[in-house]
Design a protein around this ligand. Structure first.
Ligand SMILES: CC(C)(COP(=O)(O)OP(=O)(O)OC[C@H]1O[C@@H](n2cnc3c(N)ncnc32)[C@H](O)[C@@H]1OP(=O)(O)O)[C@@H](O)C(=O)NCCC(=O)NCCS
Length: 205
């Protein structure tokens, strides 16, 4: 790699992808590192969330948490704060990373339990995927969940994701120290665009 390439390694954030996303009930605000640490702080001490997101440790020091969050760069790694338009602050966060093949890994947490069972997952995911699917950086979405995470599986199926596979004893839980089954889902970006009748405007992305 030449020195020019090394110096220019960090591309600027993608102006389209960093825009805030609005759904019927929520604003999904793109987070910088400081915001990402703040909105994911409730995850750090919540065993149910850490387990469902398949974190490898039972607890994290503040420093280890910052490392695990990673830097949202507006290119490959994004965190969105989920904020109801009616007010009341942040109720959860969405994490998204795009790998070099254009595959997007997705994770969502509603840390405010009073919002569970109110269709937040579906509405937020639709908003996120509508926004990201039209980007030239994105080819495919994937989700990897514990087989016993029924509300997540319900939502992936409701959104039309394809079940890629059921993996037996594929994840060692640091909480129960047992091997748990996991499930993989995928959705091609073009299929999402067709399914949602999204008109792609090349200038917008
Ligand atoms: C997963 C999570 C985001 C779900 O969010 P949510 O907005 O409450 O989800 P929903 O409102 O769609 O509720 C779950 C749905 O699953 C259904 N469901 C839940 N348990 C069920 C069960 N045992 N059998 C059948 N359906 C079930 C509910 O009835 C509901 O469907 P409905 O809205 O049609 O009634 C939230 O529980 C959470 O933050 N969990 C911790 C982190 C996590 O697991 N993240 C997902 C990993 S990507």
């Amino acid at each position: 790699m030449g020195i020019d390439k090394l110096l220019l390694r960090r591309e600027p954030p993608d102006p389209y992808l960093c825009q805030p996303i609005r759904t019927d009930r929520f604003v999904l605000a793109n987070c910088n590192l400081r915001d990402a640490i703040k909105v994911t702080a409730p995850w750090r001490a919540d065993p149910e969330i850490l387990e469902n997101l398949m974190y490898g440790q039972r607890s994290y020091s503040a420093f280890a948490w910052v490392r695990s969050v990673g830097r949202p760069d507006g290119q490959t790694r994004f965190f969105h704060a989920i904020m109801p338009k009616e007010g009341g602050g942040t109720i959860g966060a969405h994490r998204l990373s795009i790998n070099r093949s254009g595959t997007v890994s997705l994770a969502i947490v509603i840390h405010a339990r009073s919002w569970w069972g109110k269709g937040v997952f579906e509405e937020v995911r639709r908003g996120i995927m509508d926004h990201f699917a039209v980007s030239e950086r994105v080819t495919r979405f994937e989700g990897h969940v514990l087989a016993r995470n029924v509300s997540s599986i319900y939502n992936y199926q409701k959104l039309g994701f394809r079940l890629v596979g059921y993996e037996n004893k594929s994840w060692l839980s640091p909480f129960s120290e047992t091997l748990l089954d996991t499930v993989q889902f995928e959705m091609m970006a073009d299929d999402w665009i067709a399914q949602r009748h999204i008109k792609v405007d090349a200038d917008d992305r």
